[in-house]
Design a protein around this ligand. Sequence first.
Ligand code: DGL
Length: 294
Amino acid sequence: MQVDLMQFDLLAGTASRTVAVPRHAPTILVFDSGLGGLTVLSRVVQAQPGAHIVYAADDAGFPYGRLGEQQLVDRVLSVMERLVARCHPDLVVIACNTASTLVLPALRARFAIPFVGTVPAIKPAAAMTKSRLISVLATPGTVARDYTRDLIKSYAGGCEVTLVGSTRLAGLAEAALKGEPVDDGAILAEIDPCFVERDGARTDVVTLSCTHYPLLIERMKLLAPWDVAWIDPAPAIARRVEQLLGQAVSSPEGQPVQSTAIFTSGTGLTGPLRIALAGYGLASVEIEAMPLVQ
Ligand code: DGL
């Protein structure tokens, strides 16, 4: 089983691969199917404040959780061809579990740049739980992956792991970010299967294994039937970026860091969403049109 290096970073702090550090301020491409990668972007910006950041959302393909595996591999490779040609990144963060758990080997074979992936934080969850009941909240694609099952076999022996494949939560997170009303009941219905009681013990750790979900974390905490530890992998991903690129380049005084968002459709770019994007430092929004061929 291939274990992503980020997983080592999460678990043992032993990641060691290095890449050539660019002499210029690096360009970091943060990629997701939609808006979830923004939760990772914030941490990457904190870790590399002088980097040129491009945030790319394949909103024409969203949600990835519903795509078949071969379709998703082909889609991510073709979108990445365009993005790499357009942005010339020094490093790419795949801020999407649904893609990372499947497409990383193909991306690394195709492109000679480092890719940092985002995979379910099962080992940290297993290390943290006291009740031995942990839940993985993810898209239907991520919970079905062999990669996810292998992580459980390798790292979560002795735990009961509940895999919760949510069909609606990523969409609800996007709606909330766009300022649209999202019912408490709709969120609760998606997270409720994570909460398991068995022989007097209760789930005590939930891994947020879709980057969209931390967008709803405050509401999920309020709605949860009981307190649990929620694992958001974004800080570990930012640490991994730092390991690969080296010490952060600080931005030259008085010069704002350039950050751009690219969408493959842009049909959902409402006024409130543009305001939300600006809040993430993404005032410049561009379209690289790539309709999804079904
Ligand atoms: N943000 C993506 C993830 O981390 C998934 C959302 C989708 O289904 O496209 O898995």
